[in-house]
Design a binder for this molecule. Structure first.
Ligand code: ZN
Length: 194
């Protein structure tokens, strides 16, 4: 039997995806072996989690009311790239070929799982679209969920603005954040108007 504090630490690690009892135990032992400064940094980083927010404009993770992209002066607000999850943004940023703004849906339509359009961050997207909007790029995953969502948004945005969809090519069935940078760059360049 382990001391209570060690058990608590192990239990905390078990909340991470793919971490079972054995791995959590290994992580807890590893954390205990760190020097005091590393432990303090870790504690501070975890503690900062509760102060993080969602951007009021796009739904991305943020330190303040607006995320780094919505705050930036060198991004083109006339082009909005719609993604399912905040982690997809980094994948797109890695391509270096997009300088517009983002909108995070926080998931995709999946009727089997009971995820409907009203569960997603779609209303705020519609509020952002105005006469200045030049293009909405649908960068949802190349999965059934992502395609369903893209189709729904295409219909919703019809005649409001130009809508395009990434051309994924061979990566169908994958997730955007697992798509390699070159494929994603090509998907952006080859995007087709809906
Ligand atoms: Zn934002």
């Amino acid at each position: 039997m382990y001391p209570r504090k060690f058990e608590d630490l192990t239990e905390a690690f078990r909340h991470l995806p793919g971490v079972g009892a054995k791995t959590a135990e290994r992580y807890a032992f590893a954390a205990m072996s760190w020097d005091k400064q590393t432990q303090e940094n870790f504690i501070q980083a975890v503690s900062g989690m509760k102060d993080m927010k969602l951007c009021k404009t796009c739904g991305n993770i943020a330190d303040d009311d607006l995320c780094v992209y919505c705050k930036a002066s060198d991004r083109n607000p006339k082009i909005i790239c719609v993604v399912q999850n905040a982690k997809d943004i980094q994948a797109i940023e890695n391509t270096g070929s997009f300088k517009g703004l983002y909108h995070v849906l926080n998931g995709g339509i999946n009727t089997q799982k009971g995820i409907l359009p009203e569960d997603l961050n779609i209303e705020s997207l519609m509020e952002r679209i105005n006469e200045d909007t030049e293009e909405v790029i649908l960068a949802t995953d190349p999965t059934v969920e992502g395609e369903t969502t893209a189709l729904y948004l295409t219909r919703l945005l019809d005649r409001k603005t130009k809508v395009s969809r990434l051309a994924y090519g061979i990566s169908v069935g994958s997730h955007l954040d697992y798509t390699d940078t070159l494929t994603l760059t090509k998907a952006f360049e080859g995007r087709t108007q809906k």
